[in-house]
Design a protein around this ligand. Structure first.
Ligand code: ZN
Length: 303
């Protein structure tokens, strides 16, 4: 394990931002890829409260900014955001695949999408950036790093355009409360462990390694009721949401015939699961409802 020195104070953060390593980025000294990704992340943090982002969300807007402000045109369009996303300093940022595993060294745009790559500024960095004066000075420094002729006002406008419309804060609050209520009602019914593999538990009374998964996706109108939920570890949650795992009407597990485990341990999480019963709450009234299973089988499971 490499020890990474995360900046804890504003001077440490600014010093690090002044010495971003541009060597992996074609175009050399003035390559603005990392400052532009950072500006986008800082603004996103200010708008939404956290910097966590999926590569899928960042690729287009950040790629567009880079296309606008990079002098070097040697990087193919689609690859622009992939470079800083993967290469941004680990002191600032952690980028992983969908299962929190490391990203392959040369992963490009397509591969990052396939891996469900995501990233987040280190919590210590986020904490510094939550303070507006720090954020302002960081932005000033990064804007200067992008440099070039006449980018000032135009760049600010481009950055505003690159952000998704902000969700009103009261809705964020409502969602957070709602999510924690759903998890709070569901997870105890499963003993705070994954219904598939039994992983998970409590750390100082807070559930760790286990999540409240919706069967009928919430984004599609699935309700926050325990009958529409199942406790899953991160791994089985991801496989369930991608449709690699499904549930039969009898509440046994189905493994997608299209799922092929990767090299190494890629197949281990689903080995022997096809046809196995999924653990359910003792009370029949709390078990997963057929209508929700039906929705998942029809819309998510990969037949
Ligand atoms: Zn599990």
């Amino acid at each position: 394990m490499t020890t990474v020195g995360h900046p804890r104070t504003e001077p440490e953060l600014l010093a690090l931002l002044r010495t971003l390593n541009r060597s992996g980025l074609r175009g050399g000294g003035r390559a603005p890829h990392k400052p532009l990704l950072l500006l986008w992340l800082v603004d996103r943090l200010a708008a939404s409260g956290n910097s966590e982002t999926r590569y899928e969300e960042a690729a287009e807007p950040v790629g567009r900014l880079i296309a606008q402000y990079a002098e070097a045109r040697s990087v193919p369009d689609g690859e622009r955001a992939a470079l800083p996303f993967r290469l941004l300093e680990a002191e600032l940022w952690a980028a992983t695949d969908a299962f929190s595993g490391p990203l392959p060294a040369h992963a490009g745009h397509r591969r990052l999408l396939d891996l469900g790559a995501r990233g987040r500024l280190h919590p210590a960095v986020e904490e510094l950036l939550h303070q507006q004066p720090v954020r302002d000075r960081v932005r000033t420094l990064l804007l200067a790093e992008v440099g070039g002729a006449g980018t000032g006002g135009t760049l600010e406008q481009s950055l505003r355009d690159a952000l998704p419309p902000a969700e009103p804060r009261y809705r964020q609050e409502t969602r957070r409360v709602r999510d924690s209520r759903f998890a709070g009602a569901l997870l105890p019914l499963y003993g705070h462990t994954c219904a598939v593999c039994g992983f998970g538990g409590l750390l100082d009374g807070v559930p760790v390694g286990v999540q409240a998964a919706h069967v009928h996706a919430h984004a599609d109108g699935g309700p926050d009721v325990v009958q529409n939920g199942i406790a899953l570890c991160g791994l089985h949650h991801a496989l369930f949401d991608y449709g690699a795992l499904g549930l039969s009407e009898e509440l046994t597990l189905m493994v997608s015939p299209r799922f092929v485990g990767g090299e190494g341990h890629g197949g281990t999480p689903v080995a022997g699961l096809d046809g196995a019963p999924v653990r359910q709450p003792r009370e029949a009234a709390h078990r997963v409802g057929r209508e929700y299973v039906g929705w998942h089988t029809k819309n998510v499971f990969r037949h």
